[in-house]
Design a protein around this ligand. Structure first.
Ligand code: NOJ
Ligand code: CA
Length: 530
């Protein structure tokens, strides 16, 4: 008899088990890009009260923690990654009381809260940078080259395009690895260390459960700030240690932060946003006396190909094993093209990729909207764009507004329940079927697929942390065992037959069972009970 499994199977009803020590080792952490999540006051910009109002949604989705992108006081030259006051909430996003309320309400709902901290640079409006005497000590100033100092001190380029140096009215130059409004701090100065320790204590005292550390690989620069070589930076970035990224000296800073985190109860964590040239170098950030997790951008960069996927999964697990840290997995965030679009296979492939990720051992990061299957918005008008990298790269590449379009919650027309006053980036006219409202309760929806997967992940003992064991699979397919589950992935654009692996638990697309064999659709992932 042929039997078809509709996707997903209904969620079991019993309460989820309590999560004990080491909560972060297999946690599913949901990234809230505050500006685009939910707007409580109708100004078109998401805010902390908006997040607070949607906590029941996050709880029902089944995540363990939320990571909030920066909501500090900021001129918003880089979406808040240009901080003017690390102890204040920008009025755009609310108040300190709102932050306190949000942390409390999240905890009441059983959700942990991780906030972003930005230690590599501040805003140029930060009081330290505004005071020329202080600035010279606490940022990276150098005299220019050339007869009259008219040339930058070295050949480094900003990640957003153009030189990494800007000349001041006083004639000297300051370093900014990102926008000119984001001067790099001088981490040779003890005042900088002391200030960041105090900022962390401020937020830990307020109850946050940890920090996502922005540019955790960038604070220390090679002595003498050596040139990289004409045209070399673009070629080497991502594959080599550059004089401004992944210098060994950053690890001493992470060790002090780990000691600080450990002074607090409740397992507060540090997560490195570190772009390291290899999985082995990334593992250095999560040695037992350093941070708890590091984003696995190697995984994010893998294409939808069995050899590449298996390779990066094996490398990631192998690199983490000796340091005892869990691997992490991420498909989308606010800096990259959404994976539904990036992987090139539409919604089917995005759903399959999500189920694959959620079957891997370790901790997974979800980016708001991926659970709705949102695509990248690729046709934003230039006048709507706000990403500084768009302007500095002359619109050629690197722009990130298309993954930051506000979420669709309900209704048929923009702003789809995001707020009552429009949205800071225009939402597509055809997003009505993608709203939370439209997808809730529809067993074929991507939202229900994520909900069921997260629910199963909590219930199947051992599915979070641990190891995987690869199984033989037909060409173009992956198969691996986890405790109680066998996961199959068909990366091909067509259906494939396999010997029936077990009872289907959950599938990103309907599978067909005929006696002792199963047919899995193209671009699909299935979890089988074994
Ligand atoms: C990484 C953040 O994710 C990105 O959005 C930001 O532009 C840079 N760091 C600079 O802070
Ligand atoms: Ca608002």
């Amino acid at each position: 008899m042929t039997q078809e499994l509709t996707s997903p199977s209904p969620a079991p009803q019993a309460p989820a088990p309590h999560r004990g020590p080491g909560w972060w080792r297999d946690a599913v952490i949901y990234q809230v890009y505050v500006r685009s999540f939910a707007d409580s006051n109708g100004d078109g910009i998401g805010d902390l009260r908006g997040v607070c109002g949607r906590l029941p949604y996050l709880k029902a989705l089944g995540v363990d923690a939320v990571w909030l992108t920066p909501f500090y006081a900021s001129p918003q030259a880089d979406g808040g990654y240009d901080v003017a006051d690390y102890r204040a909430v920008d009025p755009l996003f609310g108040s300190l009381d709102d932050a306190r309320d949000l942390i409390g309400a999240a905890h009441d709902a059983g959700l942990r809260v991780i906030i972003d901290i930005v230690p590599n640079h501040t805003s140029d409006r930060h009081p330290w940078f505004q005071d020329p005497a202080l600035a010279r000590e606490r940022y990276v100033f150098r005299p220019g080259k050339g007869e009259r100092g008219e040339l930058p001190p070295n050949d480094w380029e900003s990640i957003f395009g153009g030189p990494a140096w800007t000349r001041t009215d006083r004639g000297d130059w300051y370093l900014h690895l990102f926008a000119p409004e984001q001067p790099d701090l001088n981490w040779d100065n003890p005042d900088v260390h002391a200030e960041f320790a105090a900022i962390m204590r401020f937020w830990l005292d307020l109850g946050v459960d940890g920090f996502r550390i922005d540019v955790a690989h960038g604070m220390v620069k090679a002595p003498g700030l050596p040139d990289i070589g004409h045209g070399e930076q673009a070629r080497l970035v991502g594959s080599q240690v550059l004089p401004f990224f992944d210098q060994d000296g950053v690890h001493a800073i992470h060790r002090t932060w780990r000691r600080l985190l450990d002074e607090y109860d409740g397992e507060r964590i540090g997560v490195a946003e570190a772009w390291a040239p290899s999985a082995e170098r990334l593992a250095l950030y999560v040695r037992p006396d350093e941070l708890h997790q590091a984003f696995n951008f190697h995984y994010l960069r893998a294409s939808w190909d069995v050899t590449e996927l298996r390779g990066v999964i094996d490398e990631s697990l192998a690199a983490m094993r000796p340091v005892g840290a869990p691997a992490t997995w991420v498909l989308s965030n606010h800096d990259v093209v959404r994976h539904r679009t990036r992987l090139g296979g539409g919604l089917d492939r995005a759903r399959a990729a999500a189920l694959l990720m959620l079957a891997l051992p370790g901790s997974a990061y979800l980016y708001q909207g991926e659970e709705l299957g949102l695509p990248e918005v690729t046709d934003l008008p230039d006048e709507a764009r706000q990403d500084p990298s768009f302007f500095r790269a002359n619109g050629q590449d690197g722009f990130r507004d298309g993954c930051r379009v506000p979420l669709p919650w309900s209704g048929d027309l923009p702003p789809y329940g995001f707020g009552s006053g429009g949205s800071w980036l225009p939402q597509p006219a055809d997003w009505a079927p993608l709203t939370v409202e439209a997808q809730t309760g529809d067993p074929g929806s991507t939202l229900e697929l994520y909900r069921t997967a997260l629910d199963l992940r909590r219930r199947l003992p051992g599915l979070g942390d641990g190891e995987i064991s690869w199984q033989p699979a037909p060409e173009g397919l992956l198969a691996f065992r986890r405790p109680g589950v066998l996961c199959t992935v068909n990366t091909l654009g067509r259906a494939a037959a396999l010997p029936l692996p077990g009872k289907p638990l959950l599938s990103s697309a309907p599978v067909t069972i005929d006696g002792a064999s199963a047919v899995v659709p193209g671009d699909s992932c299935t979890w089988w009970a074994i």
